[in-house]
Design a protein around this ligand. Sequence first.
Ligand SMILES: C[S@@+](CC[C@H](N)C(=O)[O-])C[C@H]1O[C@@H](n2cnc3c(N)ncnc32)[C@H](O)[C@@H]1O
Length: 379
Amino acid sequence: MARSGVDEFYEIIRLILVKYYAELSGLQTLPSREDCDLLLKQHASEVAEILDGVLSMQTPADLFPELQSIFGTVSIVRQDFTALDQAFEQLTSRSYKSDKGQYFTPRHVVDMCVEAVDPKPGETVCDPACGSAAFLKSAHAYGMRTYGEAASLHGFDFSHRACQVARTVSLVGAKGGIRIDQVDSLRLAARTLLDGPGNTIETLMGEKFEGFDVVVTNPPFAGDVGAESFVSDYELASIYGRRLERDVLFVERCIRLLKDGGRLAIVLPDNKVSGRTFRDLRLWLGRHALIKSVVSLHRYTFLPYTGQKAAVIFAVKRPPSMEAYSSEILFFRSDKPGKTSNGSFVYRPGGDPAAPPYEALDHDLDEAARTIRSALCAA
Ligand SMILES: C[S@@+](CC[C@H](N)C(=O)[O-])C[C@H]1O[C@@H](n2cnc3c(N)ncnc32)[C@H](O)[C@@H]1O
């Protein structure tokens, strides 16, 4: 595609969508270029927004047979999203180059977080930095598997392309059951008319919104926050002043987005959990939430994309009736990352070869998820 000048990002999304619809209609191969265009037009109401209105394949006709032979053998309906994740990781990382720390979360970490926060039907779940909507897709599968119904799922991201990927994942992986909005999630309500119009998560959720039951997220790990007018409204801004990191703001934002008693799972770089500089962040969190558990992830967990060490904090937003710093905290350290030092997968001995690859990974997060779920539910 590089040879043809086609924007491969949208063309690959178009390919995934036409293959998905072709499979739903019983075809196992990629149809002709003309039939692909027909499929896109037939499903325009579902795909026009995702594709920014371009409903025809852009790959030159002489390259199309090659696409058919490569892509025709891939099943979209039956695959487990590991491949889709990797494709999106490749496609989006280029546009994120100037913006470090936007790594997609490995599936088994996502599943641990979701199982621990246990999103139930009737509850609202939010990921304010949703990327490819991995947490919400997992929450959808969890709800269907555990309760026969999923919670109400809301993803937000300020990147247009991330939203398009998330919408594709919602359509193909969750029957359209995840709502995705493009917004700067850190933006708080305008204080004065001079702040100007601009959406916030609260305005997008509507007047009756009183906070989410669950927030589950992996915010960007890097980058300081600029001089956006809303930043000074954050309590943590007064502690960290000029050296305000985005993930610090996301911690406060997540707590603000929850209703009292709401459950939080947030993936953070290790320095937020253990570094001396971020002691005040932890004290702030302890005042506003009951920290229930900390899972220290293995250094290999995010390989091959980054060797950054990370941890997950699980907490419950503290209702005023409960005393601060009163919770017992369960600490876990993951020793089995399911990856080697070069980032390739390590599978459980004797694992089911027919299972999706990430389900057969040799990791130790399942037990932690079950124990944390009991602790969060008891809160
Ligand atoms: C680490 S990635 C999350 C990846 C996602 N959890 C996944 O595994 O697919 C962080 C995401 O946050 C988004 N982001 C960063 N700052 C944001 C902001 N202020 N508002 C909304 N989204 C933001 C980025 O565009 C990126 O998609």
